[in-house]
Design a protein around this ligand. Structure first.
Ligand SMILES: *Cc1c(COP(=O)(O)O)cnc(C)c1O
Length: 369
């Protein structure tokens, strides 16, 4: 890649392929793989990532909302798409674009059945979500009879799968709790299989689930963060490759005298002669104020230097004293070093929040296509 002249998020599709194969290898060959591409594929680019995953042979894709699924269909994505959190007002659109809803409550089930009836659907695939301990979305174990009563003799729909979501798959101190979730899920799926008259496929694991509980892979797994290069675990992180590098460029260098301040509200005051560099990226681009005031570090020609003062909307300032640095030089906000995980951890957040928060103002560029 040539040196960047502006702020870009560089997406490495070869790294995505590496991560996909790494995760796939840990599964039984017959286990299906769902790639989670919600939130612009965790801030990278849903369409490009979905295309690549389709090409690599992912069996399913998932988004959070109908609108995200529609965008994928508009771009020609043909893989089955699970919509994890559909809103009832969008069911007609969902059906028109062949998106498959997660059905998580009695009301959602009723409304969806009505939409299918209105649009003359037959055996429309739905995915029943059960709550096994996350207490976020889903039917409860004792809803199984209710669901069966509702869908018995309804030709409009067909349960394609039964699924649940782990609350703490990355936290090995919560092994007992996770094991309980797995057991509850097994119980639910057995009951459903018995009462339904046909066998839907089952899925439970997210990325950390694949790593820590492969015995619970059932028929499919759902991976997001692992595809983008993070495993919520240092050893796994070392084997995955972050697919996104956030790069920018030095706009201007300033010589600062002792006791001068830098930036809004004079949040930084120099203790000595300092050199600062101003970068064209700020909180409107997704680098929030929590990263300022010496919390997080960026890489300038191989050296890590702190962000000083308050993060502005469109700019940050960094301390480049005694560093080889001039206007036009490239700066890595995160990528290989520092990784998004390291950058995020310094400011008490997680890679998920940092990467999904890189705003649409930042241009995405691709390599390894
Ligand atoms: C976001 C999400 C995932 C992906 O989780 P990762 O930790 O990113 O692998 C899987 N399942 C559900 C229901 C989700 O909402």
């Amino acid at each position: 890649m040539p040196k960047t002249l502006e702020t870009v998020l560089e997406i490495d599709l070869k790294a995505l392929e590496h991560n996909y194969r790494f995760l796939r290898k840990r599964l039984k060959p017959e286990t299906k793989f769902l790639g989670v591409v919600k939130a612009f594929a965790y801030g990278s680019d849903a369409v490009e990532i979905a295309k690549k995953l389709e090409h690599l042979g992912a069996d399913y894709l998932a988004v959070a909302y109908v609108k995200e699924g529609v965008a994928l269909r508009d771009a020609g994505i043909q893989a089955p798409i699970l919509v994890l959190h559909p809103q009832p007002g969008n069911f007609k659109k969902l059906i028109k674009r062949c998106l498959e809803p997660s059905i998580y409550s009695p009301k959602i089930l009723r409304t969806f059945l009505n939409a299918c009836k209105t649009l003359n659907q037959k055996s429309y695939p739905i995915h029943i979500k059960f709550n096994t301990g996350l207490n976020r979305l889903g039917f409860w174990e004792n809803d199984v009879d209710h669901i069966m009563d509702q869908i018995k003799d309804r030709e409009e729909i067909k349960i394609a799968s039964i699924f649940s979501h782990l609350a703490a798959s990355e936290d090995l101190n919560e092994k007992v709790f996770t094991q309980q979730q797995i057991t509850t899920f097994e119980k639910i799926t057995n009951e459903v299989d018995e009462k339904l008259g046909y066998i839907p496929f089952k899925h439970l694991l997210n990325t950390s689930g694949i790593i820590n509980y492969p015995e619970a892979q059932f028929d499919m797994v759902r991976s997001g963060i692992g595809l983008y290069g993070f495993g919520n675990d240092k050893k796994i992180d070392a084997e995955l490759k972050p697919i996104a590098t956030l790069k920018t460029v030095v706009s201007q260098i300033h010589k600062i005298e002792p006791n001068e301040s830098v930036g809004y509200n004079r949040a930084y005051t120099s203790d000595d002669y300092r050199m600062t560099a101003t970068l064209p990226i700020g909180h409107a681009d997704g680098i929030g104020r929590q990263y300022g005031n010496n919390k997080s570090y960026v890489s300038v020609n191989g050296t890590l230097v702190p962000i000083i003062g308050n993060v502005c909307m469109d700019m940050i300032m960094i301390d480049v004293t005694n560093i080889d640095c001039k206007e036009g030089d490239e700066v890595i906000i995160f990528g290989e070093k520092p990784s998004a995980e390291e950058f995020a951890t310094c400011a008490n957040t997680i890679s998920y929040e940092l990467i999904t928060g890189i705003s649409q103002r930042v241009k995405r560029v691709y390599k390894g296509a």
